[in-house]
Design a protein around this ligand. Structure first.
Ligand code: SAH
Length: 254
């Protein structure tokens, strides 16, 4: 089969964060599929078709792109950040597994991108300098009870946490509930970093304590990093603090 599908990470927003590999893969595509907001970041090219779809339509988008590629075209699907982190690469794999046998013969390339967690961490110091874990707070595709169990486990195991999808219009209460849950395990002074629209024009970074975390407005473009008991804040005059988690951990932390 001569078709090809590239699943491409566009990075957190600014064009400077697009990798040369991603740029080259975009240049080669006959057609580009993606959520409309992400497609806007891809410069229009002559002879390259664009198929924009809604945020929620990931399975349909993956199936359409696979079908198109199976007809022999070079097709790209774009994701914000990295395509393997709560994004299109898994949706494509799901469709290949469930779909017709011929999809397995297709040439598929996943092109990594800078994920939001790394872009936010880099802005504020080194909060991910020691063991950390990553959770999506979206309960669209998993039950809320499972998210609560994972928050409890991560906090009690001493992981720093990167929280994707903290809030959306359809999920207004989940972030507040997660913060309340974390307060049962972590000290009130635990640092919490909010990185909003990082590398885009409306970027905002703030650092508060777990005690004050709900005072900061999180939205769909916000990534939240919750520190561990080891995470430290270095105040600096006239600058954002440096938030970091030292490389060495003390005794077993509660
Ligand atoms: N594949 C993407 C994540 C998609 S889930 C990645 O690797 O980054 C969407 C969530 O990612 C958002 O709700 C937000 O939590 C986070 N996010 C994406 N871009 C961001 C940015 N520029 N700044 C802060 N958070 C971002």
């Amino acid at each position: 089969m001569s078709g090809h599908l590239a699943v491409i990470g566009l990075g957190p927003g600014d064009a400077s964060c697009l990798t040369p590999e991603a740029n080259a893969a975009l240049t080669k595509a006959d057609a580009v599929y993606g959520y409309a907001t992400y497609l806007e970041r891809v410069p229009a090219r002559a002879n390259q078709a664009r198929h924009a779809s809604d945020n929620r339509e990931e399975s349909e988008r993956a199936a359409a792109a696979l079908k198109h590629a199976s007809l022999g075209a070079r097709v790209a699907i774009v994701s914000g950040g990295d395509p393997g982190v709560f994004a299109m690469a898994a949706a494509v794999c799901e469709e290949i597994e469930a779909g017709p046998e011929n999809l397995r013969a297709l040439d598929v390339t996943i092109v990594p991108g800078i994920t939001a967690m790394l872009a936010v961490a880099a802005r504020i110091g080194a909060p991910l300098g020691h063991d950390f874990c990553v959770l999506s707070l979206s309960d669209n595709l998993k039950p809320w009870e499972r998210i609560e169990r994972r928050l409890d486990a991560a906090a009690t195991a001493g992981f720093v946490m990167a929280l994707y999808n903290p809030v959306s219009r359809a999920r207004p209460w989940q972030f507040g509930a997660a913060i309340k849950r974390l307060r049962c395990h972590l000290p009130p002074a635990t640092p919490v970093v909010f990185g909003r629209a990082v590398t885009r024009q409306s970027e905002q970074i703030s650092v508060v304590t777990l005690e004050r975390a709900e005072a900061v407005e999180a939205d769909m473009a916000t990534l939240v990093i919750v520190g561990s008991r080891e995470t430290r804040v270095i105040a600096r005059p006239g600058k954002l603090p440096l938030v970091y988690t030292p490389r060495a951990a003390a005794e077993v932390s509660a």
